[in-house]
Design a protein around this ligand. Structure first.
Ligand code: SF4
Length: 740
């Protein structure tokens, strides 16, 4: 086989780096950054270089697995789908499909095929019990956007390349490379901000790598960001230094009036920051020409995640930075979005709380159950059958030991996954998708979050394994079986055709569709046969930069194929009110569900008890949630799963670096090596997430040997943000003691 170089977008994280992948004799010989990529310009991180190792990993599943007598054995695809039809359908039909549920893991949003076809699996399952990694991550931001802008995908992103002051709360992009702010090379972009004389203020209980680069680090009490944001808003208005657009001025001033109890003085105890530091921050913001406030996971996985997300937008709007270059702006997704259809203001004001879960009455928002209730819904037999897609909730969701036991009690379980891991070990059938290098790629989801409008399509780099199925077909056949088709009769093409017709109808009915567009033109203009490429082509051509199937100048999939390094569609431009789907035609800053949560913030105003330690999470550069720990190249070196603790707290507890500490919470306890770190705020301990491999029945040789503990053994499932249902993963109380 000849050697070749392929260019493709890295599918692992939101940075969407362009990779140049050298292949010789069917094997990956080198992966480097693609210097010609229009967005990343050669940047990449160690995870991207490991994609070849992931492809070669002997533990990566290449054949379907069926559990027989408690052991997973490799079977043919026909046997696997037949086992699902014979095992799962009777369980589902026993209670008229009320007991089925699905969990969608984080990699779903990084996969073209999974994004396009997993909905069909949910429909085939006939369930409303949908769980995803969103309720241990960004769901509060989406809920806030739904209320304010009329669509959960309308999320303002920091215009880091043009701002002159970036205030960053609960984010560490030097390590994780941005989130809800799609951009490669955050380190380089931060350097550029500082080199052009700009300021970076990091608000975080830990002096993270990003905080170390900042001009100012504010070590806030975990979970108190909502207080700081409220105090910034009131200070801006009380000093008369706010400068919102005229259309929103009165609404924003009424919001600030409702927040008037939260001043730099009143929030000092609760935030652990001095009132002088908060006032100085406000002065810096008002003196900046193009300030921007950006918040991420440290602010959303708290009991006030939705309210904090709302206040980020309120502050940006008060600064005149919302929808302004250098501020917080709205991307325009090349693959289209509800907010790019040109429909303008419409629809009723969205509201929360219409659906609750049946056991602990937690909110069901944006069509999803909170993962916090997954264990109890299984324990009470509200869920008897489960499908997981690209997820490992036993490691990534709260109260893990309880959830692990609950999964073991299911009547039937199917997983679509590339590993036999802590969750899929419970599955009766595992359907393996191909490796990332064996499938095409386009970032449909991250077009909503990108700091610059780009479009980049990647062809598969390597062929499928012998007997392997394309990812879309794995899912479409599953959807077909769930719909009642048996075994080999499962009809993936019919599922694909159904999605195709939905997209064609959507294109024809789009308000922005040009005159003369009809079904014949749409269908006649498409190059590809069945599969994700044909669907993507429709989305691109009817998107905001599309060629409308030949009726306009614009992009198509064929156009992207001619540009393997991507197409730059330009810097973000102001989009309000065009992007809004609100009845008023303006952002609903005074939404009653958000204003109604202000009173709850009073409880945060007291100083935290100094004798109580609070647990926070951290990311590491060589780790991607739970699923890349089986690659030696990423886990070698000193152990990364340690509990960081401030020297003062370590001394008080009689701990030194390398000791083993027992950490307890209301949910459970773990034993973990100690790392003393004066970068942490006193009273805070920090453990990374995604570790804790080695359970019996898994097949992860490297990860199991790497050790580490599962931080979510400690995470209680009882505390959520009541507006979004998102679990509190940071800032809850723990006790720490030496072991032995
Ligand atoms: S930062 Fe790393 S993991 Fe993320 S897209 Fe770039 S190369 Fe991939």
């Amino acid at each position: 086989m000849a050697s070749s170089t392929s260019f493709r977008t890295c599918p692992l994280c939101e940075a969407t780096c362009g990779l140049a992948i050298e292949v010789d004799g069917g094997a990956v010989t080198r992966i480097r950054g693609d210097r010609d990529d229009v967005f990343s310009k050669g940047f990449l991180c160690p995870k991207g270089t490991a994609l070849g190792k992931f492809h070669e990993d002997p533990d990566r599943l290449r054949q379907p697995m069926v559990k027989r007598d408690g052991t997973h054995v490799a079977v043919t695809w026909e046997e696997a789908y037949r086992a699902i039809a014979e095992g799962l359908l009777p369980v589902l039909d026993r209670d008229e499909r009320a007991g089925g549920a699905i969990y969608l893991g984080n990699p779903v949003v990084h996969s073209l095929d999974m994004l396009l076809y997993s909905k069909a699996v949910t429909v085939g399952l006939g369930t409303k019990k949908v769980f995803s990694a969103s309720t241990v991550d960004q769901r509060p931001r989406e809920v806030a956007s739904g209320l304010i802008y009329g669509h959960s995908g309308t999320i303002p992103v920091p215009d880091i390349d043009r701002t002159d002051m970036l205030v960053m709360l609960g984010a560490n992009p030097m390590v994780s490379n941005g989130s809800l702010a799609t951009a490669p090379d955050w380190p380089g972009r931060i350097d550029a901000l500082l080199e052009r004389g700009g300021a970076l203020v990091v608000v975080d209980p830990a002096c993270t790598k990003t905080a170390q680069r900042a001009t100012t680090h504010l070590p806030i009490v975990p979970g108190a960001d909502v207080l700081l944001l409220a105090a910034i808003a009131t200070e801006l208005v009380s000093t008369g230094t706010h400068r919102p657009v005229d259309e929103d001025r009165e609404a924003l001033e009424r919001v600030a009036a409702a927040l008037s109890a939260f001043t730099p003085d009143s929030v000092a105890d609760g935030t652990g920051l001095t009132s002088a530091a908060i006032r100085d921050l406000v002065v810096q913001l008002t003196n900046a020409e193009r300030p921007c406030v950006y918040a991420r996971i440290g602010t959303t996985v708290t009991p006030f995640g939705t309210t904090a997300s709302w206040l980020v937008d309120v502050v940006n709007a008060l600064l005149g930075s919302l929808d302004a270059p250098g501020g917080a702006m709205f991307p325009k997704n090349a693959a289209g979005s509800k907010n790019t259809r040109g429909s303008g203001p419409h629809g009723p004001v969205q509201s929360l709380g219409r659906r609750k879960t049946s056991v602990s009455h937690m909110p069901i928002e944006l069509g999803e159950y909170p993962v916090a209730v997954m264990a109890e819904e299984i324990e009470t037999r509200n869920i008897t059958a489960m499908i997981t897609v690209a997820g490992n909730p036993v490691l990534s969701c709260p109260d893990s030991e309880r959830l692990d036991a609950a999964f073991a009690s299911l009547d039937f379980m199917v997983s679509v996954d590339c590993y036999l891991n802590e969750t899929t070990r419970h599955a009766d059938v595992i359907l393996p998708p191909p490796s990332h290098l064996q499938k095409s790629h386009f970032d449909v989801a991250f077009g909503n979050l990108t700091i610059r409008n780009v479009a980049n399509y990647s062809e598969p780099v390597l062929p499928l394994d012998d007997g392997g199925l394309p990812e879309w077909e794995v899912l479409a056949r599953l959807a077909s079986v769930l719909g009642g088709a048996q075994g080999t009769a499962a009809d993936a093409a019919a599922v694909d055709a159904m999605i195709f017709e939905q997209l064609v109808s959507g294109a024809l009915s789009a308000p922005s569709a040009p005159d003369g567009l009809d079904r014949e033109r749409v269908v006649g203009a498409l190059d590809d046969d069945a599969g994700p490429e044909r669907l993507l082509d429709i989305m691109l051509r009817s998107g905001p930069f599309g060629d409308w199937f030949g009726l306009a100048d614009g992009i198509s999939l064929a156009h992207l194929r001619e540009h393997p390094h991507g197409i730059d569609l330009g810097a973000l431009e102001p989009r309000l009110p065009e992007a809004l789907l609100t009845p008023s035609g303006r952002p609903e800053f005074e939404h009653p569900d958000l204003m109604g949560d202000i009173a709850r913030m009073d409880g945060l105003l007291v100083a935290p008890d100094p004798s109580t330690l609070r647990l926070i999470n951290r990311r590491t550069l060589r780790s991607n949630n739970s699923w890349m720990h089986n690659l030696e190249i990423l886990v070698k070196g000193k152990p990364r799963c340690t509990m960081q603790i401030h020297p003062t707290d370590a001394d008080r507890l009689g701990l030194v670096g390398g000791d083993i500490a027992r950490v307890r919470s209301s949910a459970g306890s773990v034993e973990i090596p100690v790392a003393v770190d004066d970068g942490l705020r006193p009273g805070v301990v920090c453990i990374p997430h995604g570790w804790g491999h080695g359970a019996s029945g898994t097949a992860l040789a490297v990860a199991s040997a790497a050790g580490g503990v599962n931080v979510n053994v400690l995470t209680p499932s009882t505390v959520v943000d009541p507006l979004s249902g998102t679990s509190q993963l940071t800032g809850f109380a723990v006790t720490v003691e030496p072991v032995g």
